[in-house]
Design a protein around this ligand. Structure first.
Ligand code: KG4
Ligand code: ZN
Length: 347
């Protein structure tokens, strides 16, 4: 019997229907990008209210797309962590309410584990045990995964996430929100060696990342800092007010992107080698980036490990990756009606 999966951790309201053998019967995503664009980032209160408006229509659409009736569903799965509190609450309350009304079992999903499960869904051979890299707007984390549900956190960013850095660079260049796809498009016309940006923590023997220094380096490449020691009153120039020609913008994007990709690839390769696994899986919005995908592919060929990157349509937030709930059902891991959200950036 199929399951209904619900995702509302950040700013996409999504529902999917997945059959018990993993076939995707419906995939419905309502994006909120238009609502957050003018603020240059996701506004939690606006996101929660928009989820509230959209959650029932999205669920209805998914069920009718799947051509199933509510009676056919065996369970309702929902991402209960991590994410924005108000956003998570809408999904979890909807799932619990429908579980009671329709008398269905309830399954709780970790959104980050789901991002990584999207890789296995699109890959025809087993990938576990493997290293998992989640690169999204909120996370840049490496895991040692022995199954879709058994993940040991190895390390992650100590400041900005990779996607957040893309978004902030996009904002400095007035490229709209989210900046990642726009920066990546512009980078395709740029020279990745035009600017020398830092590869923070790349050679440190741990699995931590840091992108805030890189973000600042881009900012100062756009608008040099004031010579503060001489004149205390001098203010830093707002990078969004600086007029740059198209080629310089493209070069900045390409050089920034190259710095992010170098660090992500280097640390992932090291994790694969040190844990002696044979596969690397990569999910989350930034995994849609073509230069990152190409860099990972080259590294996989050079170091001879299997690579499974989520297909681009399953990189950004969606409910299809909620198919990981089938693994929980196999283990008999159901949630009860006390299910609460776990907000924040927990892994
Ligand atoms: O996984 P996701 O949809 O949401 C979170 O769980 O955070 O990831 C969204 C992030 C945003 O920061 C967005 O700018 C970034 O993924 N992103 C990209 C690309 N497409 C989306 N970053 C770089 N290149 C892309 N092509
Ligand atoms: Zn996500």
């Amino acid at each position: 019997m199929p399951i209904l999966t619900i995702e509302s951790t950040c700013d996409e309201t999504a529902a999917a229907v997945i059959s018990d053998n993993g076939a995707v019967l419906a995939d419905c995503v309502a994006t909120q990008e238009d609502l957050h664009e003018r603020f240059g980032g996701v506004v939690p209160e606006i996101a929660a209210r928009a989820h509230l408006d959209r959650i029932l229509p999205v669920i209805d659409t998914a069920i009718s797309q799947a051509k199933v009736s509510v009676d056919d569903l065996s369970a309702i799965a929902v991402a209960d962590r991590p994410g924005l509190a108000g956003s998570l609450l809408v999904g979890v309350v909807a799932a619990k309410t429908l579980a009671v009304a329709w008398q269905k079992k309830l399954v709780a999903i970790n959104h980050l584990h789901a991002h990584l499960y999207a890789c296995q869904m699109a890959y025809d051979q087993p990938v576990y045990p493997c290293i998992g890299l989640v690169v999204s707007g909120g996370h840049t984390s490496l895991y040692h995964c022995t199954s879709p549900l058994d993940l040991e956190f190895l390390g992650g960013t100590i400041d900005d996430a990779a996607g957040e850095a893309f978004d902030k660079v996009g904002a400095m260049l007035n490229l709209g929100f989210p900046g990642g796809p726009a920066v990546s498009r512009l980078a395709a016309q740029g020279n990745p060696k035009a600017f020398e940006f830092p590869r923070s923590m790349m050679h440190r023997p741990d699995y931590q990342f840091s992108f805030s220094g890189l973000k600042t380096a881009v900012r100062y490449a756009i608008a040099p800092p004031p010579a503060s020691k001489q004149s205390k009153s001098a203010k830093a120039v707002d990078p969004t007010t600086v007029q740059l020609d198209q080629q310089t913008q493209a070069d900045l994007c390409a050089s920034f992107q190259a710095a992010v990709v170098d660090v992500l690839v280097a640390k992932s390769v090291r994790a694969v080698k040190e844990t002696r696994v044979k596969h690397l899986i990569v999910g989350g919005g930034v995994a849609a980036n073509p230069v990152l995908r190409a860099g990972l592919q080259q590294a996989a060929e050079k170091h001879r490990f299997g690579l499974a990157v989520a297909p681009p349509e399953l990189c950004t937030d969606n409910a299809v990756m909620g198919a990981i709930a089938l693994k929980k059902i196999e283990r008999g891991e159901f949630a009860d009606l006390n299910l609460d959200i776990t907000a924040g950036l927990q892994r």
